[in-house]
Design a protein around this ligand. Structure first.
Ligand code: ATP
Ligand code: MG
Length: 228
């Protein structure tokens, strides 16, 4: 079995930035590694992402939302994550099941035991070896995202470069605060798996801290081209 690492945290905390930097560093060192994201990461999952994130879908029921995220996750685990872990590689995932507990559980008030059951079906029980929580004040994260969108508009970037503002981002501040409190509770319940890092520091320093936490797990992974 390889190594499964996920990134969690509030909107705009730097998850995608750090997941990419870690991916690039591991790849440059010669490790077998893939980077994926939730919802998405597969052809089917990216189609589900468009449905679930669409700002126009204001009528979406919380159960529908939960099952769509879980359906995308089931596809990702069976199509990509498990097969790659079985080859001994490293899988980096930008959000995973913890986000369901935080966003649909603590955020929307869905029953946590029910979410646990749905998640167990979707993932077959697969949980990460390590999960980073990029800890940033909710308002600061939302501001970062808005600033990035304004920068993209100023330089006339195409819509592909413009950071997305989706149906979940658009929920009110109280919702995002409940999500953050939910993550804090999840970390309290399972401290061994989580690494909570302050996200309000330079990108490169945060990347160093992340790599430092990942290094001990790399002993399990054979470099590409080496005799295993
Ligand atoms: N350590 C940092 N300090 C300041 N700005 C940062 C830092 N890390 C990322 N950013 C900027 O903040 C914005 C959001 O970063 P990023 O997209 O990586 O966050 P995210 O957690 O993936 O957000 P989302 O919730 O939208 O997926 C980007 O404009 C990025 O350049
Ligand atoms: Mg992101």
């Amino acid at each position: 079995m390889g190594v499964f690492i996920t990134f969690e945290g509030p909107e705009g905390s730097g998850k995608s930035t750090q997941a990419r930097l870690l991916y690039e560093r591991l790849q440059a060192t010669g490790y077998p590694v893939i980077l994926t994201r939730e919802p998405g990461g597969t052809r089917i999952g990216e189609m589900i992402r468009r449905i679930v994130m669409d700002l126009r879908h204001t009528e979406m029921a919380p159960t529908t939302e939960t099952l769509l995220f879980s359906a995308a996750r089931a596809q990702l685990v069976s199509e990509l994550v498990r097969p790659y872990l079985n080859t001994g590689g490293i899988v980096l995932c930008d959000r995973y099941a913890d986000s369901t507990f935080a966003y649909q559980g603590y955020g929307l008030g869905r029953d946590l035991d029910e979410l646990q059951a749905i998640t167990a079906v979707a993932t077959g029980g697969l949980m990460p070896d390590l999960t980073f929580y990029l800890d940033l004040d909710v308002e600061a994260g939302l501001r970062r995202k808005q600033a990035a969108r304004e920068r993209a508009d100023t330089v006339g970037a195409g819509s592909a470069q413009r950071p997305e503002w989706n149906r979940l981002d658009a929920r009110d501040l109280a919702y995002h605060q409940r999500v953050a409190a939910g993550f804090a509770e999840l970390m309290r319940r399972d401290p061994a798996r989580w690494r909570r890092l302050p996200a309000e520091q330079p990108v490169s320093e945060l990347a160093e801290q992340i790599y430092h936490e990942v290094e001990p797990l790399l002993r399990r992974v054979a470099l590409l081209g080496s005799q295993g």
